[in-house]
Design a binder for this molecule. Structure first.
Ligand SMILES: Nc1ncnc2c1ncn2[C@@H]1O[C@H](COP(=O)(O)OP(=O)(O)O)[C@@H](O)[C@H]1O
Ligand SMILES: C=C(OP(=O)(O)O)C(=O)O
Length: 403
C-alpha cells in the first residue's frame, strides 16, 4: 500500500493531525457469509459518513488501492467537481502533450503508458481537473506474468530493492523471480514507487489538458480493429459500454477470455450513476478538443484459440503514430476505410505495422467466421447498451454497432 499511494514527506508526517480516512485491512479474517446480503467470505465496505473502509477475506494488495479509488470516484465529482478516471496517463517529452489510456484490467494501461519517449504520470488512477491531470497514487502495480526485459524494459527494471512482488514464485537460494511460473496465480504483481520508472513525472501532475484519449480494449473475439478513430458520440458510447474480455490473470477463476461490459471502464469502482461520469467526460473532451481512439490490444486475425494477441510491438507502433500526429495526418489524407457493423474509421497504413493487421476483414483468413463473430459481438453491445437507453441522447445511442 505504501508503495502504491502517495507517500507523505517527513514534514507532512509530523503535522499529520487526524486522518481524513481510515482503512482497516483485516484481509486474513473472512467476512461472515451468513450476514444478510453477504454473498462471499470477501468484503470491501466503505462508510462515507465515518470515512472508513473495512477489508475482509482478501489479501490481494489491489483491494486497498482500488478501495481508495472507489472513494475518489465519489469525492472527486461530488465534492470537487472533478472527474476521476480509471486510466493511465503520460506526457510527451518533446511536445508536452498529455494522453489518457482508459481500460479495464489487462488491457494494457500499465504496459503502454511506460514509454521511453514520454514521462509517466501514472498507470491506473487519475483525476482530470479543471487545470490538468493528476495521479491519485504514487506508485504502480504491474502484472508480472511472462515479464521480460526485452518487451517491457521499464517495468522489468523497476523491480528491484524497495519494490514488492506479490504471488511471484522465486528461487529461495538466489532469490531470483520466475515470471513464467503461474503456479500460485496468473495475476502475479509488483508494486513499486513510481520513481522506479526512469522517466516518471514527479510530482505526478501536469497543468495541461489532455490531447489524446486512448480507449483500450482486449477483444478476445478478434473483431475490433487494432486502432480506430472515434467520433465524440462513439467515444461516449464506448465509454459507457466499457467493453473488454477478461483474460486469465485479471480475476480469480477466469480460465479463458470472458466478454464483459464494465461501464466507464470502472463498474466495480464507480459510486454515482455512469451518466454522471460520461457527461463530464464528453464535456471536457469537447471543451479541450481531445481526439479519441479505440485500440484493441486483444486478438487479431481470428478469435481466441484461432488468431493471436496483437503483438505488443505493433500496438506500440500504433500508439507512437497517435503521439507523433502521423495517424491523424493519414486519416486527414483520406487513407482510411470503414469497418461496417461497428461503423469505425480505420487507417489503411501505419508505419511499421503490417497493412493486413489494421483491418479485420483482411486479417481474418476465414471471412464467414469473422461475420459470425461480428454479429455475436454487435448483439452483445446492443444488449449491454440497453441499460443506458433512457440516459443518453439519440446520437450516442446510434453511435454503437447495429445488430
Ligand atoms: N498488444 C498488447 N498491448 C498491451 N499489453 C499486451 C499486449 N500483448 C500482450 N500484452 C500483455 O498484457 C498485459 C497487459 O497488462 P497491464 O498493462 O497491466 O494492463 P492494465 O494496467 O490495463 O491492467 C501485460 O502482461 C502485457 O505484457
Ligand atoms: C489492480 C487491478 O487493476 P489493474 O489490473 O488494472 O492493474 C485489478 O483490477 O485487480
Amino acid at each position: 500500500m505504501n508503495n502504491m499511494l502517495i507517500r507523505p514527506t517527513e514534514e507532512e508526517l509530523v503535522n499529520f493531525g487526524e486522518p481524513d480516512f481510515t482503512i482497516y485491512n483485516a484481509g486474513q479474517f473472512p467476512a461472515n457469509r451468513f450476514t444478510n446480503g453477504m454473498s462471499s467470505t470477501t468484503s470491501v465496505e466503505v462508510n462515507f459518513k465515518r470515512m472508513e473502509m473495512v477489508i475482509l477475506g482478501t489479501e490481494y494488495a489491489g483491494e486497498m488501492k482500488k478501495g481508495v479509488f472507489s472513494v475518489m470516484h465519489y469525492l472527486q465529482p461530488v465534492k470537487f467537481g472533478q472527474l476521476s478516471l480509471h486510466s493511465s496517463a503520460n506526457v510527451g517529452i518533446k511536445e508536452n502533450d498529455v494522453t489518457l489510456f482508459f481500460g479495464l484490467s489487462g488491457t494494457g494501461k500499465t504496459t503502454l503508458s511506460a514509454d521511453p519517449n514520454r514521462l509517466l504520470i501514472g498507470d491506473d488512477e487519475h483525476v482530470w481537473s479543471d487545470t490538468g491531470v493528476f495521479n491519485i497514487e504514487g506508485g504502480c502495480y504491474a502484472k508480472c506474468i511472462n515479464l521480460s526485459a526485452e518487451k517491457e524494459p521499464e517495468i522489468f527494471n523497476a523491480i528491484r530493492f524497495g519494490s514488492i512482488l506479490e504471488n511471484v514464485v522465486y528461487n529461495p537460494l538466489n532469490r531470483s523471480p520466475d515470471y513464467d511460473d503461474v503456479s500460485i496465480t496468473e495475476n502475479t504483481r509488483c508494486a513499486y514507487p513510481i520513481e522506479f520508472i526512469p522517466n516518471a513525472q514527479i510530482p505526478c501532475v501536469v497543468n495541461r489538458q489532455p490531447s489524446n484519449i486512448i480507449m483500450l480494449t482486449c477483444d478476445a473475439f478478434g473483431v475490433l480493429p487494432p486502432v480506430s478513430k472515434l467520433t465524440p458520440e462513439q467515444a461516449s458510447y464506448h465509454f459507457l459500454a466499457g467493453y473488454t474480455s477478461k483474460t486469465p490473470g485479471t480475476e480469480d477463476g477466469v480460465l479463458e477470455p470472458i466478454p464483459t461490459f464494465s461501464t466507464c471502464y470502472s463498474a466495480p469502482f464507480i459510486i454515482l450513476h455512469p451518466s454522471r461520469y460520461a457527461s463530464m467526460l464528453a464535456e471536457r473532451m469537447s471543451k479541450h478538443n481531445v481526439d479519441c481512439w479505440l485500440v484493441n490490444t486483444g486478438w487479431a486475425g481470428g478469435k481466441f484459440g484461432v488468431g493471436k494477441r496483437c503483438p505488443l510491438k505493433y500496438t506500440r507502433k500504433i500508439i507512437d503514430s497517435i503521439h507523433d500526429g502521423s495517424l491523424a495526418k493519414t486519416l486527414a489524407a483520406g487513407k482510411h476505410e470503414n469497418f461496417g457493423t461497428f461503423n469505425l474509421t480505420i487507417p489503411t497504413e501505419i508505419e511499421g505495422v503490417p497493412r493486413e493487421l489494421l483491418n479485420p476483414e483482411i486479417a481474418w483468413p476465414d471471412k464467414e467466421a469473422l461475420n459470425r463473430e461480428v454479429k455475436k459481438l454487435a448483439g452483445m453491445f446492443v444488449k449491454a447498451f440497453k441499460l443506458y437507453e433512457t440516459d443518453v441522447d439519440a446520437k450516442v445511442m446510434k453511435a454503437g454497432p447495429s445488430a
